[in-house]
Design a protein around this ligand. Structure first.
Ligand code: FMN
Length: 332
């Protein structure tokens, strides 16, 4: 039944398929809540999340990457598919429509190019959505946060400040998105000096910094060293989509590529990051992971946790089962 639904969705235009998938998950969630069973109330299931992060808090090592549940409206249904944690968002302070459609394309082989532009409901509605379902959700939820399109870079810190303040009591941790290629100027915030400013406003929560695969090694190294030496940041999410692959392999001057072709570059970034971090901090690897072998390669390169997006789109819930079976649940 699930695999037939998944197959049908893949025959439709990608954004329509996505929206129908989210709708189906919302109906499923409603049924779960009405039935009221099989969902252990949060809090009874696990201890409160620690301000100093430990990966033992995660249900398992496999997470859903940001951008799938942008408005935090389907994570309860998604959590029933076996994810150990879920990133919701990217959320911005004010609601945004995002770029004009079409803005999401399937490309060969096993890839997507998206130019969504942080379409989201804004933090007020996002918070309401979290409040509705989070009490029933037994896995950690991380909020991926970004600045509004109209916020100039010299005011970007104010946006992150609003989001930290609004969401600190609602989520288990944050991912600061400085790397989406679809918000003009955002990637210019991937600097040591911006990270230093973020440290001053950060709440006492686990916080990861999400970086782009297109950064040069020298810049990546500087950022990794800064994050390693920070008392505030828990680590990195590596990586976001690639503008370079979208351009070089598909001739797309706008948007970012995700999927199989991103894997090698994301793997390199994870390896370099682990070299810099040594045994400290937590690396969340994401980018082109479509199989257990690739997930294991990421683990061998130094990733603590694994996230998927495009692989989940193409392979459906079975991929989560396969990864979960191969990368066992975290125990003491
Ligand atoms: C349609 C789409 C929307 C995305 N939206 C976001 C987003 O809002 N915030 C973010 O940090 N990453 C976003 N991403 C990037 C993913 O979280 C992930 O970093 C990237 O797709 C690489 O992983 P993958 O190859 O497994 O898809 C998006 C990706 C796609 C395909």
């Amino acid at each position: 039944m699930l695999s037939t639904l998944h197959w049908l969705l893949l025959q439709l235009p990608p954004e329509l398929a996505h929206n129908l998938g989210i709708l189906a998950l919302k109906i499923y969630q409603l049924l779960l809540r009405l039935k009221g069973k099989n969902i252990p109330p949060r809090g009874n299931l696990r201890p409160p999340f620690l301000s100093s992060f430990s990966i033992k808090e995660m249900g398992n090592r496999i997470g859903l990457a940001a951008g799938f549940d942008k408005d935090a409206e389907a994570f309860l249904g998604l959590s029933m598919m076996g994810f150990g944690f879920i990133e919701v968002g990217t959320v911005t302070p004010l609601p945004q429509e995002g770029n004009p459609k079409p803005r999401l394309w399937r490309v060969p082989s096993g890839g997507l190019i998206n130019q969504m532009g942080f379409n989201n409901c804004g933090v007020t509605q996002f918070k309401k959505n979290l409040k509705k379902n989070r009490p029933y959700c037994s896995i950690p939820i991380l909020a991926n946060i970004g600045k509004n399109k109209d916020t100039p870079n010299d005011k970007a810190l104010d946006d992150y400040d609003i989001l930290f303040k609004e969401l600190s009591t609602e989520v288990d941790g944050f991912v600061v998105n400085l790397s989406s290629p679809n918000t003009e100027g955002l990637r210019a915030l991937q600097t040591v000096s911006f990270l230093e400013k973020l440290e001053l406003i950060a709440p006492k929560k686990p916080i990861w910094i999400k970086l782009a695969p297109d950064l040069e090694t020298q810049f990546l190294t500087e950022l990794f060293i800064k994050i390693k030496n920070s008392h505030v940041f828990s680590g990195c999410v590596l990586t976001n989509t690639s503008k370079a692959i979208a351009l070089n392999d598909y001739g797309k001057t706008e948007g970012g590529y995700s999927g199989e072709k991103l894997f090698q570059r994301s793997l390199q970034c994870v390896r370099l990051c682990r070299e810099m971090f040594q045994s400290e901090k937590t690396i969340i690897a994401v980018g082109g992971i479509h199989s257990l072998l690739q997930a294991q390669q990421m683990r061998d390169a130094g990733a603590d946790l694994i996230e998927v997006y495009t692989g989940f789109v193409y392979h459906g819930p079975q991929l989560i089962k396969d990864l979960q079976a191969g990368l066992p649940i975290i125990r003491d």
